[in-house]
Design a binder for this molecule. Sequence first.
Ligand code: PRX
Length: 645
Amino acid sequence: MSYPYQIKSLEEYHAAYKKSVENPEAFWGEIAANFIWRKKWDKVLDWNFKEPKIEWFKGGQLNITENCIDRYLETMGDKPAIIWEPNNPEERTRVVTYNRLHKRVCQFAQVLINNGVKKGDRVCIYMGMVPELAYAVLGCARIGAVHSVIFGGFSAQSIADRLDDAHAEFIVTCDGAYRGAKDIPLKSVIDDALIGNKTVKRVIVYTRTRTPVSMIKGRDVWWEDEMEHAETQIEKDGVVSFPAETMDAEDPLFILYTSGSTGKPKGVVHTIGGYMVWTNYTFVNVFQYQREQVHFCTADIGWITGHSYILYGPLSAGATSIMFEGIPTYPDAGRFWDIIDKYKVNILYTAPTAIRSLMGFGLDPLKGKDLSSLKILGTVGEPINEEAWHWYDEHIGKKKCPIVDTWWQTETGGTLISNMAGITPSKPSWATLPMPGVQPLLVDESGKEVTEKDEHGLYKGNLCIKAPWPGILRTTYGDHERCRTNYFATYPDLYFTGDGALKDDDGNYRITGRVDDVLNISGHRIGTAEVENAINMHAGVVESAVVGYPHDVKGQGIYAYVIYNGHHGDDEMRRKDILLTVTRMIGAIAKPDKIQFVSGLPKTRSGKIMRRILRKIAEGETENLGDISTLLDPGVVEEIKNGRV
Ligand code: PRX
């Protein structure tokens, strides 16, 4: 079976794009008709960006797990849905067929019900990359509970904040997780997060690492016991099944927390119908997925990429998706290539950071690895530099695999700007053309469309989108006003992405990076304000300012300027203490790469930190700092320049 909405030529792309803009309702209505609905929608699209109110397929009823699992059981129940590759290559792999996935998701749906979870309840999932994480996510979707997956690298404090924000009463976790040579004690982090918590009623714990854990009576239960019991409840004539709850298209599917330029991370909310159509449509078209192909997205399900392109996109397309527990450099830097060889992977989708880091190991790790199964390569999460692009093209794709550079965000649900593999042209380090339904617009600071080219013959501006696509976020959990001010208020009637971009005469886009105070570290988003707040929690710190600087592997590194007032220890010890504080408050992913102690920060007379100056110094630019005469104390700049680390 092919996908009737798979675009097959450049002409088809242009025709689809035109139709999607001229008549979005007809366009998306036809595509949505390829899914299983219990009741057809009343209206394809209703929207305004003022409130914002965005409704896709309103009145339609469905369950996303029926679309991801049940509809494939009859024709391809024995096809692998998920192939799980363990952290340790010596350990047995697990192949989860669509039949098996159905059984496990049904069992876990019953487990959730047995533990008091109801439709609409929020379930926080803090697990390593094991198949049970997929069962937990899809089990929630089956009963209509809202999952909120938290990446395993976040600290207890971060989890506590998220639990509180989402009013979550249920947690699914593991005793521990394997990542490379490390064991991460997930359950113990959860225990710390729950100190003082009064709302969480139940913690379901899956055994992965056999790390000792404290199981609290009345609160904590074992996954294995619960699953066994559930199976006996729902088995009938040898078949294990649990009816999928009927959901409205606009019911929330999940919350995923992500960083912005201010305050604490916000809970991006995606709803069922639009997200399903969008992840499926972009998966099928960007990667040009063909039945029987093996798709390997190397992301973690704790991030949006894993949600959309390990689980929902591929599964809703009946694909085979690889789920990898480990890291690219364990046990050695040939791990990705081993996996590709072992499973005859056809599509590899990874982050520029991973490519740059593997490039650093040279070509030895590629020796003896058969990568001939590869057909398509993809990148996501951050701009890819040309050097990495060419290395990927030459040494991994052997110059025969199109590379798709997919630009998108947690808020967009799936890819918005990317070439379609082999269908629309690629251009190294350019995301290229918008997906059907996506209308980008470059504006200047005042919100006016950029119509003049710069000195390189390109249009340059802040990237906005004019109209909704099915996968756009609907709100930020518990605070709709925050959603409005964050995304829809900077420029009236536009969705503002927070990214800067260039456009050429052919309509191709190149993303240049964030224009707000959000950093992109190894393809992960971290707000400067968030890191500053964490640093400022340290007892000796008076004030801090955090900026990004170019980092060879991570894309961006974190540079912190810190005013320190304590007397304890020397600079080295203070640095370590600050790093530990950040690890406790956010997680190791937010640790500054560089900390410079300063006696003051460059501030304007109104007290605003001039980050532009700090950014330039962190980047190594000490000459052209621009006008510093408006600073309260211009002398501080000299000191900062001299003390650069
Ligand atoms: O700055 C852009 C960058 O990542 C940001 C979104 O981060 P997050 O919500 O964590 O989602 C990452 C995975 C989709 C964007 O605002 N970004 C993402 N993809 C690209 C990119 N920058 C350049 N090129 C890309 N392909």
